[in-house]
Design a protein around this ligand. Sequence first.
Ligand SMILES: [Zn+2]
Length: 71
Amino acid sequence: MRRMNSEGIERSKLVDALRDGRLVSLARRRDMCLLCRGNPVTDAGLCEGCLANLTDDEIHVATPWIEGVRP
Ligand SMILES: [Zn+2]
C-alpha cells in the first residue's frame, strides 16, 4: 500500500516535504500526520504508524527531524 489515505500528501511528495520542512512544521502544529492526518504525530510530522512504514529514502530525510536536529 503506497498511500495510507487520500487526505494526506501524496506518498511521492513525502521526501520533498521532509526536506523542505514547512509542511513538517505545519503537521506538528496541527498534530496531523503528513500522510494519514492521524495523531499524535512525532517530531517528523508523521504518526507512529506511518513512521514505521517509511522507505529507506524517507527514513534518511526523516531522521534529522526525529533526532531533533531540525527545528
Ligand atoms: Zn500517519
